[in-house]
Design a protein around this ligand. Structure first.
Ligand SMILES: Nc1ncnc2c1ncn2[C@@H]1O[C@H](COP(=O)(O)OP(=O)(O)O)[C@@H](O)[C@H]1O
Ligand SMILES: [Mg+2]
Length: 559
């Protein structure tokens, strides 16, 4: 099958609406000529008399420039009319700004059209500018040799599917930006659903901070909720356990010191027990060794030390640590982490569940974190990101994995501040070194200006949806590497589920519309629903009783 037949096979089976056909200018039709070329930018002047439909040249559309030895493809990135004709269109000068993206040539053997990024034949003044044909569009946007997924259609021509390159998209991190409601979560769902279709042995972990994704993946998803989440506290590194157990006031340093001694003592105590299998004889135990120990041993150590102390003042940090540990053990909300009464080495089973090893027909894990208390959520995300990276390193990159994280600006903020640092470090480490070991990030944020810029610039593919604030747009422009940055000027006017996609995950920059998700797959959105719920009734007294039961069972107020 040549690439065109393949495109047709992949095209959505819908007839174009009359307005779409009318608005589509004829393929190959001339509409202007080049009047300026500088670097990768060019400007075309529109011909004076153009049929009505041809005036519709939109941002993000592709055009073809007949250069001397090749057809150069440009993306429309701006339009202007520096000398508007007064009433008479004849005198009006209309300019179209173009980003030169690549070249199209005909493969000599197969006769198929082939597209290449980069320009080796620069256009010259006067070169003719024409519309691209549907076949040409398809050859630009479909790379038959690479593994691709179709996620929607081109804005320019809804009959041509938009393809992402799987290896490039996942291999080098991607970032989805857009205001709330622009369709970020739906875009991620559209991508992941397609990937799952023919990748049975994927390892995808979604950190679902709003509990909205699980229903989109049917029986292909391992759904981890507050009830079956198991992340034993002894997997935490020292920084993480300090964040969970120590206060942040003047006693902090003393508590940290005591805690480190207590943890080493507790690990040594557990190392002798028969259930212990990890780290063979002779392995030095440090405060960071991911080896099981018991909280009761921590408390016993603290009690021992307390017994030796005489001055009341010196006992304070010990007492506070002990109280905090006891409170966490008693609190049902922390059960997934702090309730374990046996020294049991469950590390392999924890990793197997989260990272789908083996996948067993469920190549994606959605970890629902909405119910995890805010003060421990950072610790949990830090831990999972760190486990992903360490597992990738220890397995020498043999199991490529993708970690999807929404609200990325909350976990990897641009500003230092009182935010929890280990999460940012763990995400930054994957961003910088993950590709060596086959661990990739898929990040989403509505506030890119608050996201760590080094992380943004490590994302090789940017999926930019409607974004209205200037600050956010500036950050995207200065941290994205691609020739077609001008397109980012148009983020405020993009429609719902429309995106400008830049970077290596696509054959070339494109403006697309994500496909329609099945209604049941749409990530739950909390913003709609007032009107419907208020009209049709919502919860009754019996349900309220159940809710109170549940609430009470957790033993504490949420806040
Ligand atoms: N591809 C899509 N298919 C179906 N509905 C969509 C799609 N994209 C967006 N929507 C609609 O827009 C709403 C907001 O999308 P969502 O992805 O939750 O936005 P965001 O995550 O950016 O806040 C969804 O609840 C849904 O109704
Ligand atoms: Mg969302």
């Amino acid at each position: 099958m040549n690439s065109h037949a393949q495109v047709r096979a992949a095209m959505p089976n819908v007839a174009p609406t009359p307005s779409q056909t009318e608005l589509r200018p004829k393929e190959g039709q001339r509409f202007g000529h080049i009047v300026s070329v500088s670097g990768s930018q060019a400007i075309a002047s529109l011909d004076v008399a153009l049929p009505q439909n041809v005036n519709r040249i939109e941002i993000g559309a592709l055009v073809k420039i007949a250069a001397a030895r090749a057809s150069v493809i440009g993306i429309v990135s701006g339009m202007s009319s520096p000398m508007p004709g007064e009433g008479s269109e004849d005198k009006e000068i209309r300019l179209v700004e173009l980003n030169l993206a690549g070249e199209i040539s005909t493969d000599e053997e197969s006769g198929a059209l082939a597209f290449r990024r980069g320009i080796s034949n620069s256009p010259a003044l006067g070169d003719m500018v024409t519309y691209v044909s549907r076949d040409e569009l398809a050859s630009v946007y479909l790379q038959p040799k690479a593994s691709t997924i179709d996620v929607g259609t081109l804005f320019q021509d809804p009959m041509v599917p938009a393809h992402f390159l799987v290896d490039e998209l996942f291999g080098k991190h991607f970032l989805v930006v857009g205001s709330t409601g622009s369709g970020k979560s739906c875009a991620i769902t559209a991508i992941l659903q397609r990937v799952l279709e023919d990748h049975n042995h994927a390892h995808i972990v979604v950190l679902d901070v709003h509990n909205e994704y699980a229903q989109a993946f049917g029986d292909r998803v391992e759904r981890i909720t507050a009830n079956n989440l198991r992340l034993p506290f002894w997997l935490l590194n020292f920084q993480e356990i300090c964040a969970a157990l120590t206060g942040s006031d003047s006693h902090h340093d003393a508590e940290v010191q005591i805690l480190s001694e207590a943890i080493v003592a507790a690990k040594k105590r557990s190392a002798g027990t028969p259930t212990r299998r990890l780290s063979g004889k002779g392995t030095a135990i440090t405060v960071d060794t991911p080896a099981p120990y018991l909280l009761s041993d921590l408390i016993a150590y603290l009690d021992e030390q307390l017994g030796k102390l005489e001055r009341a003042q010196a006992t304070l940090p010990y007492l506070r640590l002990k109280n905090r540990i006891e409170a966490l053990i008693a609190d049902a909300r922390y059960g997934f982490m702090f309730r374990s009464v046996m020294v049991e080495d469950t590390m392999a089973s924890v990793l197997s569940q989260i990272f789908r090893i083996p996948a067993e027909d469920k190549p994606i894990t959605v970890i629902e974190l909405a119910a995890v208390p805010a003060e421990i959520l950072d610790v949990v995300i830090s831990l999972i990101a760190r486990l992903a990276f360490d597992l990738a390193v220890w397995s020498e990159g043999r199991m490529p994995m993708l970690l999807v994280c929404e609200e990325a600006h909350r976990y990897a903020p641009a500003q230092d501040g009182d935010k929890f640092m280990p999460t940012r470090l763990a995400l930054a480490r994957i961003a910088k070194e993950g590709r060596k070991y086959g661990v990739a990030l898929g990040l989403a944020t509505q506030r890119p200006s608050e996201l760590d810029t080094t992380i943004i610039s490590q994302c090789s593919t940017v999926i930019a949806m409607r974004l209205s604030t200037d600050r956010d747009q500036d950050v995207m422009r200065s941290n994205t590497h691609d020739g077609a940055l001008d397109l980012l000027n148009y983020l405020p006017v993009l429609g719902d589920r429309e995106a400008i996609v830049l970077g290596q995950g696509v054959p070339m920059p494109m403006r697309i519309k994500f496909r329609d998700l099945n209604e049941t797959a749409v990530p739950r959105s909390r913003k709609d629903g007032f009107s419907a719920a208020w009209k049709s009734g919502n919860i009754g007294r019996a349900e309220l009783e159940e809710i109170v039961q549940l609430w009470r069972a957790t033993g504490r107020f949420v806040g």
